[in-house]
Ligand binder design. Structure first.
Ligand code: ZN
Length: 353
């Protein structure tokens, strides 16, 4: 199964789920063509195989206006697993920096630090927003996949949010992020995550909440439930015990995985397995973001779950960035990785447990 079969897969769905699919998604498949001069043929076919016709699958989520363009030529390439010694050396050489010595080399918040078993908070020295902490992991090596450690990071983040809220009781809208390595905009190699809490929701969280509310008003269904059911029927989702995992049909970039749960405590296991799968596939730089409900009851936010999105940011040793105008402005990300292949990998990860 792959992204090129998407049309056929949708055609074969039961009518009821097909209706839900078409409420949320718009799909098109087109062929892009060109003519190679004979002088280029050998060079091009060596690198790209038969390439004068390229199939483009365009998926748009009409609820959230997220879109992705898949090119079959790109997605046919095997998943690249190579981890350079150079990267291992950089990680080794950066030991002993500020995050290895948080008490003496990082600022604390005015309300103090929160200490977990596997991490400690610092106040961010260059704040994105007025309440912004760094969650510094005890491990220098940033490639964490241990469930207990991840549970401790999330627990410590929640304790920090409570403390920050005691300092400013209007600050109730949290956001959690974990950027791994410089490709993902992390300025320090040592493992760390970040937490914000503010008196207004961050815009994307507010947008998603609004979109799901509008969806409910129009169709009487829960957006996240329907989104999951659609992915499940296509073989792009799995879930149990109140947790849903999907290889999104509109990934923001490579190998995106979305995990949704009403309860924070259930997430560490799923994040841990997903990251383990990522590392096995050679991912060495990723962005993990978690949308969270407000910490107090607010009208309109009652149904808002915890939403974790994890995305591969590409090879840390590459000189080109992974996002450009398409991602920043066009609203249609250009993606090589096939969600069906990533789902297969994740399935084997969870089944081998
Ligand atoms: Zn360190």
């Amino acid at each position: 199964m792959n992204i090129l079969n998407l049309m056929e897969l949708i055609d074969a769905l039961p009518a009821e789920i097909k209706t839900i699919f078409s409420r949320i998604f718009e799909i098109s498949t087109k062929r892009g063509k060109f003519i190679l001069p004979e002088t280029m043929r050998e060079w091009a076919e060596e690198r790209m195989g038969k390439c004068e016709e390229q199939m483009i699958v365009r998926v748009t989520n009409k609820v959230t206006f997220e879109g992705t363009l898949f090119n079959d030529l790109r997605s046919r390439r095997p998943i690249d697993v190579k981890v350079g010694e150079e990267l291992e050396k950089i990680i080794e050489d950066t030991k002993g920096g500020p995050f290895c010595n948080p008490d003496t080399m990082t600022p604390s918040d005015v309300f103090g630090r929160v200490r977990g078993k596997h991490c400690v908070t610092a106040s961010n020295i260059a704040k994105y927003d007025y309440l912004h902490a760094v969650l510094i992991f005890k491990d220098h090596n940033p490639f964490i996949d241990d469930e207990g450690k991840i549970a401790d990071y999330l627990d410590t983040a929640m304790k920090w949010i409570v403390k920050a809220n005691e300092y400013d009781n209007k600050a109730i809208y949290p956001f959690f992020m974990w950027n791994c390595l410089w490709r993902a905009a992390a300025s320090i190699v040592h493992g760390h995550a970040q937490i914000l809490v503010a008196d207004m929701p961050y815009s994307r969280a507010e947008f998603i909440r609004n979109a799901s509310e509008a969806y409910f008003n129009r169709y009487g269904g829960y957006y996240f439930e329907d989104l999951f059911d659609v992915h499940k029927s296509l073989g792009l989702a799995m879930g149990w015990n109140g947790v849903k995992l999907m290889c999104n049909l509109t990934p923001v970039k490579e190998k995106e995985v979305v995990i949704i749960s009403g309860e924070l405590e259930k997430l560490p296991y799923w994040i841990s397995r997903t990251l383990n799968c990522y590392y096995r596939l050679g991912v060495r730089s990723f962005t993990l973001a978690m949308f969270m409900p407000p910490i107090r009851d607010v009208d309109g936010w009652e149904e808002f779950p915890y939403i974790v999105r994890i995305v591969d940011r590409g090879d840390p040793m590459s000189r080109t960035t992974d996002i450009g105008a398409m991602e920043l402005y066009a609203g249609h990300s250009v993606v090589s990785s096939d969600p069906f292949k990533i789902m297969e990998e994740l399935r084997s990860e969870f089944e081998n447990q």
